[in-house]
Design a binder for this molecule. Structure first.
Ligand SMILES: NC(=O)C1=CN([C@@H]2O[C@H](COP(=O)(O)OP(=O)(O)OC[C@H]3O[C@@H](n4cnc5c(N)ncnc54)[C@H](O)[C@@H]3O)[C@@H](O)[C@H]2O)[C@H](O)CC1
Ligand SMILES: [K+]
Length: 580
């Protein structure tokens, strides 16, 4: 060990114990420096939520796919109940979670910016969500004013819990607004959080609360609604004199709500997103709903790919019945769309006058005619062995045609696609309904629907009347519109594709062709209806990239049907990589 001592002496140290002390000190300094380096810099410290103690994944903001089920209010309350029972947590924790996710959403966008935020809370659970959000914002040094809109004296327990937590977190207590109080000034530079009414709104709002809604709407402030815009009912149409908050953005919990898709209320929803607040997945998955959204995932499940050794006889023969003098375009559009939808063969049954027109326009399509030489057909009698028949486009409502259609219906057993003038004829002669085969698909626009089922008062009334009519006659009805809704057996299927470009002449004829073409390929009538509506809308969504919304015409939709099929299996765009 002589070399060790010599080394110590070199360093000017002769005592071994002093050296050990020296080594110990060096190691301590090194360990301290290492530990200190592990501390995050002040600016990147994560916010501490109460809920973090309950769920380790709480800090991860999650946006999952939109639920394809649309739950009723009772089902959402039940989902809450099941979730808290299964997780063994008090219900206020679910409110903490919901409010915390909204805070994350806001914080991600504002990043600490000192914009004045005015949080308006009701006294139900929606107000409780607002209280939780306000507390997180205050704890994280945002510029917040909280209001309690005291529309009712029945403050619910979790609202009170969230209110108390806010009051113990800050001296900046909420301002209570009662009837008769002066309403707070709101400037266009403010951000307004609307947590006044949620899905619990079930009756007309008092006038002074409406006045507050109006003040918010007139303020030009950025409005963020929590769960549903206040004043919008979950399960009924707006009443005469109602005021609804007009949000710039709505964050809705777990699943979209039915009024987000209906013509009376959907225009209010400028933009919205769904926050997954972790309601019990088993309950959500196993609960059957009366309303479903149909998007790509649903259509993929229905789609059947073609075998390698396919021949045209395997994909059915579509027969499209329609056309009249001056309206041959409609049947041409429908016939071509049936081909593009994948029908192996297509025949058009038209008046003789239309043969040269159709044969020139569509070399792929065959024709059959009646034995008369009129501007409309007077008889429906054909040799084609059709797998599916669509009737109506451009057909006209001439009494001879109506008679021919009545006779034709009596001979039919398999589901038909019934559109346009065929619907108008049935609406005028309701006895014909008795001869319509079960599971036939009617595709009316609102005018044709009204002729068929009579007037309705509002969206909810229309849905109910149409569903009952369809059930009574054992048919499916495709209510064409901005979010086309199909009903069969008292269920509603809301289509998730399409754009205003489809509001153009002939787009309904294309839809008839697509659905008939799918039916001919052996799809179940409901599959054909839902897939047809989806592909029609999706083709238009892709086509507007080329033609624009205003420039889109019906035949463009047909041209893009193949792309809509291909899009089913297109890889989703990768989300941008997070900076490391
Ligand atoms: N699972 C979830 O989605 C969760 C949702 N949360 C939030 O809870 C609300 C629903 O709460 P609820 O207390 O049932 O309803 P509101 O907050 O909308 O409160 C309405 C309240 O007022 C009464 N009321 C109804 N109409 C009127 C009226 N016109 N005038 C006066 N009073 C009225 C009604 O009886 C209620 O008491 C949901 O939207 C979410 O925001 C949970 O926080 C977390 C889980
Ligand atoms: K709200």
């Amino acid at each position: 060990m002589d070399w060790v001592k010599r080394y110590y002496i070199l360093l000017g140290i002769s005592n071994v114990y002093v050296i050990e002390l020296w080594l110990f000190l060096c190691l301590s300094v090194y360990a301290f420096a290492k530990a200190y380096r592990k501390q995050p810099p002040e600016s990147s410290k994560k916010v501490v939520f109460l809920q973090q103690r309950d769920r380790s994944d709480f800090l991860i903001y999650k946006r999952k796919n939109i639920s394809m089920k649309i739950y009723s209010r009772a089902q959402i309350y039940e989902a809450d109940k099941v979730t808290v029972e299964k997780e063994g947590i008090p219900s206020i924790n679910l409110m903490e979670r919901a409010g915390g996710y909204i805070y994350e959403w806001v914080n991600e966008r504002l990043k600490g910016g000192q914009v004045p935020i005015k949080v308006f809370c009701g006294i139900g659970n929606n107000g409780g969500d607002g209280m939780v959000l306000a507390r997180y914002l205050i704890e994280n040094n945002y510029n917040v004013t909280t209001y309690v809109v005291n529309y009712n004296n029945k403050r619910v327990p979790d609202f009170l819990g969230a209110y108390d937590r806010l009051k113990s977190a800050t001296k900046n207590w909420p301002i209570v607004i009662n009837e008769g109080d002066e309403l707070p000034a709101i400037s266009p530079q403010d951000i307004v959080v609307d947590a006044i009414f949620g899905i619990g709104l079930n009756r007309v709002v008092q006038d002074w609360v409406k006045a507050l809604f109006t003040a918010i709407n007139n303020s030009n402030a950025y409005v963020l609604s929590i769960d549903i815009p206040s004043g919008m009912y979950m399960d009924m149409a707006p009443q005469e004199g109602d005021v609804i908050i007009l949000p710039r953005f709505t964050l809705s919990f777990q699943a979209p709500k039915l009024p987000f898709f209906l013509p009376d209320t959907a225009p209010i929803m400028q933009a919205w997103d769904i926050l997954d607040i972790g309601l019990d997945p088993e309950y959500l998955a196993t609960t059957a709903t009366d309303v479903e959204l149909i998007g790509k995932q649903e259509v993929i499940q229905m789609y059947r790919s073609r075998p390698q050794f396919a021949h045209k006889g395997m994909f059915g023969h579509s027969l499209l019945i329609g056309g009249s003098y001056g309206k041959m375009g409609a049947i041409i559009l429908a016939s071509k769309a049936a081909m593009r939808a994948g029908s192996g063969m297509v025949t058009a049954y038209i008046p003789q006058i239309g043969v040269p027109i159709l044969q020139t326009a569509l070399p792929e399509v065959m024709t059959e005619t009646d034995n008369f030489n009129g501007k409309v057909f007077e008889e429906i009698d054909f040799q084609t062995k059709a797998n599916a028949i669509g009737i109506g486009p451009g057909m006209g409502t001439d009494s001879k045609t109506a008679k021919a259609m009545g006779d034709f219906l009596k001979t039919q057993k398999n589901p038909l696609v019934i559109d346009a003038d065929a619907i108008n004829i049935i609406a005028a002669i309701p006895e014909l309904l008795a001869d319509v085969p079960a599971l036939s698909i009617f595709t009316p626009h609102f005018g044709e629907l009204e002729r068929l089922i009579g007037k309705w008062e509002d969206d909810f009334d229309r849905l109910e009347k149409t569903a009952k009519f369809a059930k009574k006659h054992d048919i499916a009805i495709v209510m064409k519109g901005a979010h086309t809704i199909t009903t069969y057996d008292m269920k509603l299927y809301i289509n998730d594709s399409g754009n205003p470009g489809l509001a153009t002449a002939g787009s309904g004829d294309v839809l008839t062709g697509v659905i008939t073409g799918l039916l001919a390929q052996g799809y179940h009538p409901m599959e054909a209806a839902l897939m047809g509506v989806y592909f029609h809308g999706r083709a238009a969504d892709i086509a507007i990239n080329q033609y624009g919304i205003e420039g889109l015409i019906a035949s463009d939709v047909t041209e893009f049907l193949g792309r809509a099929y291909m899009d089913l299996f297109a890889k989703p765009e990768q989300p941008p990589q997070e900076e490391g």
